[in-house]
Design a protein around this ligand. Structure first.
Ligand code: IPT
Length: 957
């Protein structure tokens, strides 16, 4: 039985073909002299619930759209109109519709768009014109002045249509019908929000007679002779001019001259022009040669190391409709954090982003708009990339990417797409790309045998496996064994983390075959929300969603760097500073691949107990890449107070650069000289008891429970052992990782509901001893915990002894004490800072004297979780108390309890209470990357074992 009686006019929506009517793909450029008209701005808009709810009469000239709404183009309609136009949907890899390719649901939100325009004054009457769409999700049908000009799919790819014959001087109307779902949606199952709309620019381009159509700039570099060879192949003959190089040559003719090469570290671009009879086209030429040589990816003869990130396009208000200033902000932030590479996960970005990568210098893996991840749920049955009917669409996507972006020196690798399984269609794409552009490598992570690819790539491989790959002990096909390795995704930056980056970097730098990796991912895709702060999956009532898995970036949705970015910056710093502080020398190594150190100046400072006593410039030679030098430090300042002493050596920008100001810190290290003297308290008078209280030095305790009540004039509540932290996303782990998801195991074993049994309060000669057993209901495991209090009359010392009992098979979240203070705001400490750090995320933590406030100590992870601990703290002051640690401790203070933090789902759920809750931890569990990758390495596990630690309390007033 068939309910569809007639073929409707919307059959193209479910057609696997890429579309009809569009011009062949070509290079994307802004002409110097041909006119263009931006059609961005306010468009009339009407939303219908299905693809065919409305006929196409709206496209006719003279149609009255008076009652229509308006949306901004570029934009996504679901992010406009305050919910009147539907809402965004977030799924990771699940298709939010039944998997029945190429069919899509009847409920298919369809946005009709109308844009009226007049040609600008002086628009030439000769030649032709094209209208270009740079990105429309996911399928569009287009009319100009009532004539249909075509339909297309391929959301993040450009499509152009010839329109010159239809244009009028005035009262033109461009009509675009956009369907949210189409056959193309099956190819666009990236882990991100589903956001329909015309989300990139729409431009009308005049095409003069004799204008350039397509051209391919071949600009290679011979590093032996320092020579560049330029050849511009052009569909339309013309001349190629590069004044700085005295080049004036015909298209198609090669010319070889001495040049400065382009690299991501030294992004030298030469301005040139392609001149055809009808048009002048600006060229920005970077000479560089990418090659696979000796099993390595080399640029200009040298193996490079990617210190990269995966970048999705994201803006918390505009979604994937980014303006150039936001793109520039991304690039500047990357450069300022020592990042040298971007994988454009998982689609070609707005073309302007690649211009910025050329200009500021970033290696780019340009990835095609292709992912069919949801087919994994059906064991990859019917995967479009293994079904010949879809191959034309795949080839169309490959061509639209390569042709658009081929003239960017920053693009060194083409990527076929992401998480699309395996299949003949991918092979066809790789073959086509290899044939079209032999000057770059081809990447695809899903191809573990490297049948189609030139580089072995994996995601989230654990440290040990990466090391085996580095050693060449991973086996694999013959072809793979001869290829370099990258991790196209690692270090899952969801919530607090990622941990273990320094350990990866050590492995990357130890083995030539390992050419680095790309953190997942650059930015949290949180959506600005009136009630929730930033919304994530599920906040729009989606029927299927993947929660806050969409917030896994190194920067928060508003582009504030998260601690993960600062950690990454330190771990990948391009100058290595090591040495023996006591010996008075420092070894400086240039870890750049191409740049010498002439752009940096160095400075030393000498700290005693966190206070800088002297500083000065450190002369360091302009080392070549890979070179190192021993540099003598000055004589340590004399006469200073005896305490913990260390050198801090910094590498700073010597001058303003395109991306950073003079004195911007690039790299640093601290070299210990003398150790810290530990605090001592010589016990004086012992405890005395009254009817209600026990007194010991400055403190009073409850006589019955031994609970601390006051220190000097400061009230202290609830001081006790604490093992619970609000699990991080990395603690909770991803659903497919079952055995060691400690966040879940901690809950199972009741670490969030430990009971504290009082076993004795003993008044000794010089100490008050409180004996307890801390254990969860239902389980036999427990922690015998003894609090031993002593005082020298003014200061109060607490020694906590912990003895685990029972069969402990999992690590602890944290181990320390917590207590409440009735008022506290300003905070000072001497220890790691200025930001947070955990056992495997504290490379960027610098020892010093820091000050902050309780509010500013919090790291605003979009989904609240453990955060804000300052590591290696020697002493801290807040709320009238000073605490000295023996040994150093982790310090956390917040206006809510851990239980409240744990319960919160959005930052707006956290309401400050009257008490400031302080945690002083002897240990914290590592963070790892298990929200998608491996968990914390064993050396960062906080094991339950017999432990003792002390704090000395005094008052600051
Ligand atoms: C991997 C995806 O490639 C990426 O898009 C993102 O979803 C990431 O995971 C998690 O945030 S795929 C995963 C199954 C390893």
């Amino acid at each position: 039985m068939s309910f569809r009686t007639t073929a409707t006019s919307v059959d193209y929506v479910e057609d696997v073909s890429p579309g009809s009517g569009a011009l062949p793909p070509r290079a994307w450029y802004a002409s110097s002299d041909a006119q263009s008209l931006s059609l961005n701005g306010g468009w009339s808009f009407r939303l219908s619930p299905t693809a065919d709810a409305e006929d196409d009469s709206f496209a006719a000239e003279g149609y009255d759209a008076g009652g229509w709404a308006e949306v901004s183009v570029p934009g996504h309609w679901v992010l406009q109109g305050d919910g009147a136009f539907g809402s965004p949907i977030y799924t990771n890899h699940l298709y939010p519709f039944p998997v029945d390719p190429p069919r899509v649901p009847t409920e298919n939100p369809t946005g009709d768009h109308l844009r009226y325009f007049d040609l600008p004054e002086g628009w030439p009457a000769d030649g032709g014109a094209v209208v270009r769409f740079d990105g429309v999700e996911s399928c569009a049908r287009v009319w100009l002045n009532g004539t249909e000009i075509g339909e297309f799919k391929g959301s993040r790819l450009p499509h152009e249509f010839t329109v010159g014959h239809l244009l009028k001087p005035t009262d033109n109307v461009l009509a675009v019908r956009v369907h949210q779902w189409s056959a193309g949606s099956y190819l666009e199952d990236q882990d991100q929000w589903w956001l329909p709309g015309i989300f990139r620019d729409v431009t009308l381009l005049h095409r003069p007679v004799g204008s350039a159509v397509d051209f391919f700039v071949h600009a290679s570099y011979d590093h032996v002779g320092s020579l560049g060879t330029l050849r511009v192949d052009s569909d339309v003959d013309g001349r190629v001019l590069v004044p700085a190089l005295d080049i004036d040559v015909a298209t198609g003719e090669p010319v070889t001259v001495a040049v400065v090469p382009w690299t991501a570290e030294t992004p030298k671009l030469y301005d040139g022009e392609l001149v055809t009879a009808g048009e002048r086209v600006p060229l920005r030429i970077g000479f560089r040669t990418v090659a696979l040589e000796d099993g390595l990816l080399k640029v200009n003869g040298k193996a490079i190391l990617f210190k990269g990130v995966n970048r999705h396009e994201w803006h918390p208000v505009k979604g994937r409709a980014l303006d150039v200033e936001t793109m520039r902000e991304d690039v500047l932030l990357m450069k300022r954090h020592n990042i040298n590479a971007v994988r454009t996960s998982h689609y070609p970005p707005h073309p302007a982003f690649l211009d910025l990568c050329d200009e500021y210098g970033l290696w780019v893996i340009d990835e095609c708009d292709l992912e069919t991840h949801g087919f994994t749920e059906q064991n990859w049955r019917d995967n479009p990339v293994d079904d010949d009917r879809w191959t034309p669409a795949l080839l169309d996507r490959a061509a639209r990417m390569v042709e658009r972006d081929k003239n960017h020196p920053s693009v060194v690798i083409w990527s076929l797409g992401n998480e699309a399984g395996t299949g003949r269609g991918l092979t066809a794409m790789a073959e086509w790309i290899h044939g079209r552009d032999s000057s770059r490598l081809v990447h695809y992570e899903g191809d573990w045998n490297c049948r189609d690819t030139d580089i072995y790539s994996r995601m989230y491989a654990e440290h040990a496996e990466v090391e085996r790959i580095g050693q060449g002990l991973d086996g694999g096909t013959h072809k793979r064994r001869a290829l370099p390795f990258i991790q196209c995704e690692y270090g899952h930056a969801m919530g607090n983390g990622p941990g273990g980056l320094a350990d990866y970097q050590r492995v990357f730098e130890a083995y030539e075959r390992l050419q680095g990796g790309f953190i997942w991912e650059w930015i949290d895709h949180g959506v600005t929300h009136p009630k929730l702060g930033f919304a994530y999956g599920g906040d729009f009532g989606e029927e299927l969603h993947d929660g806050n898995f969409v917030c896994d970036g190194l920067i928060f949705p508003d582009r504030t760097p998260s601690p993960g970015l600062l950690e990454f910056k330190k771990v990948i710093e391009p100058v290595r500073i090591e040495g023996d502080g006591a010996g008075g020398t420092v070894r400086v190594r240039n870890a750049f691949d191409f740049a010498d150190l002439s752009s940096l100046s160095f400075e030393w400072s000498y700290q005693v107990d966190g206070k800088t006593v002297e500083h000065g410039p450190l002369p360091v030679p302009a080392l070549a890449p890979g070179e190192s030098a021993e540099v003598k430090l000055p004589q340590p300042p004399s006469g200073g107070p005896g305490g913990e002493a260390l050198w801090t050596v910094r590498a700073l920008l010597a001058e303003d650069t395109a991306w950073g100001k003079k004195d911007h810190q690039v790299a640093w290290a601290q070299l210990p000289v003398t150790e810290r003297p530990l605090p001592t308290v010589v016990p004086g008078d012992g405890p005395t008891a009254s009817e209600k209280l026990i007194y010991l030095g400055p403190a009073s305790f409850d006589v019955r429970t031994g609970a601390l009540k006051t220190i000097g004039g400061v009230d202290v509540t609830g001081l006790r052992l604490d093992v619970w932290r609000a699990p991080t996303d990395n603690d909770d782990g991803a659903s497919w990782q079952d055995d060691t998801r400690y966040g879940l195991l901690w809950r199972k074993y009741g670490f969030h509901r430990m009971q504290h049994r009082l076993d004795g309060v003993e008044l000794g000669e010089d100490a008050l001893t409180v004996r307890t057993r801390v254990a969860p209901a239902a389980w036999e495991i427990g922690l015998r915990t003894t609090y031993r209090w002593t005082s020298d009359g003014t200061r109060l010392k607490l020694t906590v002894s912990v003895d685990p009992e029972g069969d402990w098979t999992i690590p602890l979240p944290r181990l320390g004490i917590r207590f409440g203070l009735s008022s506290a705001d300003a905070v000072k400490w001497y220890g790691g800072g200025p930001g947070e750090g955990y056992p495997d995320t504290k490379s960027a933590s610098m020892l010093g004297r820091w000050h902050s406030t309780v509010d500013e100590l919090q790291t605003p992870y979009v989904r609240p979780q453990e955060n804000g601990a300052r590591p290696d703290v020697r002493w801290a002051e807040l709320g009238g108390l000073r605490v000295d640690g023996d040994p150093e401790f982790w310090f956390t203070a917040r206006r809510w309890t851990t239980e409240q933090l744990d319960a919160a789902e959005h930052l707006t759920d956290l309401r400050p209470g009257d008490t400031v809750w302080v945690n002083l931890d002897h240990g914290q569990m590592g963070i790892g990357s298990q929200s998608c990758g491996p968990g914390a390495l064993p050396q960062y596990h906080l094991l339950a074992e017999p432990t003792e630690f002390s704090f000395v309390f005094s008052t600051t007033e």
